[in-house]
Design a protein around this ligand. Structure first.
Ligand code: UDP
Ligand code: MG
Length: 326
């Protein structure tokens, strides 16, 4: 029996490119023999004609499966839905906008056959992205790498081929606030990076903006390291020592010279400084507390309202509610 490879494509308002994406990927598959390919398209609450296109592709081609989420859950959770749904021997995660060239899948399969479990595509260049985006992403990965316990892959997106055992491991990680890129690293297994030139988006609009990117960046930091909390304790400790030394100086000075005009400006600036530091670290602690709050609600990660043309009862998949095999 030949091996099956699932292609997971999360889509949010991708009517402009979805057909082209399907066609190019399908084209690619016809050139690779010895594998069965299956599409898992996730409609992440699109407001345009994306779902209609998915239905149409499913009618035409039995290899196309689609899941319609009940609203927009964001790419991370849309991917989770696809990971839960996947039953193949391997899973390829790909963007709908053809920024990830499907032609690369052939090379990924080659390395998979050599025994790698996680073959990811590393960007050699990034066409169509602003200087600031490139620079900030570079700086961010350096910081994350420094402070987190795990080695997050640099310049690597979600475009990758995962062996079954990686997929199974990812299914176990059911945190609500996901930073999938960190999770890929967390599960480990044999990794291989291949280089590619990232194209500009084929058509349609990017869903990312700097606010979303910033949020994802905070997610990455707070999800994988408690270094900021430790920094809070450290800086607090340092300030306390400075304060004690300063107090001693004042006591000695007063004993020797008496107390002339009290220093009002230095007092105010000290209060402001310490107040600011406290606020900052309260914020950081709040960030972690917020994560605990969100995880403790134990909500399903996403809800599905339609699978391959059939209505569902709307439950999210979980260990207690596995997806039915199509
Ligand atoms: N996406 C999604 N849900 C969202 C936002 C994006 O499923 O809420 C999908 C989108 O359809 C695309 C992929 O995630 O297939 C990457 O999105 P985009 O191209 O906008 O991001 P960029 O490549 O600019 O980082
Ligand atoms: Mg894109």
């Amino acid at each position: 029996m030949s091996k099956t490879i699932d292609i997971l494509i999360p889509c949010y308002n991708e009517e402009a490119v979805l057909r082209e994406c399907y066609r190019r990927t399908k084209d690619m598959f016809s050139k690779i023999v010895g594998y069965d390919f299956r599409f898992i398209l996730i409609n992440d609450g699109s407001t345009d004609g994306t779902l209609a296109i998915m239905r149409e592709l499913h009618e035409q081609d039995a290899a196309v499966n689609y899941l319609d989420l009940s609203r927009n859950f964001g790419k991370e959770l849309a991917m989770m839905a696809g990971i839960d749904f996947s039953t193949g021997d391997a899973l390829v995660v790909m963007d709908a906008d053809l920024q990830d060239p499907p032609e690369l899948i052939k090379e990924m399969i080659k390395y998979w056959q050599e025994g790698y479990d996680d073959v990811s595509a590393k960007r050699r260049s990034r066409a169509g992205e602003s200087f600031f985006k490139k620079w900030s992403s570079h700086a961010y990965y350096r910081i994350l790498q420094r402070v987190s316990d795990i080695d997050v892959q640099r310049d690597v997106g979600d475009f990758r081929l995962l062996d079954r055992r990686c997929v199974n491991a990812l299914k176990e990680l059911r945190e609500a606030q996901r930073y999938t890129k960190g999770l890929f690293t967390w599960v480990g297994f044999r990794k291989k990076e291949i280089l590619f030139d990232r194209d500009a988006r084929a058509a349609g609009q990017t869903k990312w903006n700097y606010w979303k990117l910033f949020n994802l960046a905070v997610e990455g930091l707070t999800g994988f390291t408690i270094v900021p909390l430790r920094a809070a304790s450290f800086i607090g400790f340092l300030l306390a020592i400075i304060a004690i030394v300063y107090m001693l100086c004042i006591v000695i000075k007063t004993l020797m010279y008496g107390d002339p005009v009290p220093g009002y400006p230095s007092l105010v600036s000290l209060i402001l400084f310490i107040g600011g530091v406290q606020m900052m670290f309260l914020g950081i602690i709040g960030e972690y507390l917020g994560r605990v709050f969100n995880e403790s609600k134990r909500r399903p990660l996403y809800l599905v309202q339609e699978i391959n043309g059939k209505r569902t009862d709307g439950k999210g998949f979980g260990e207690e509610n596995p997806p039915s095999t199509p």
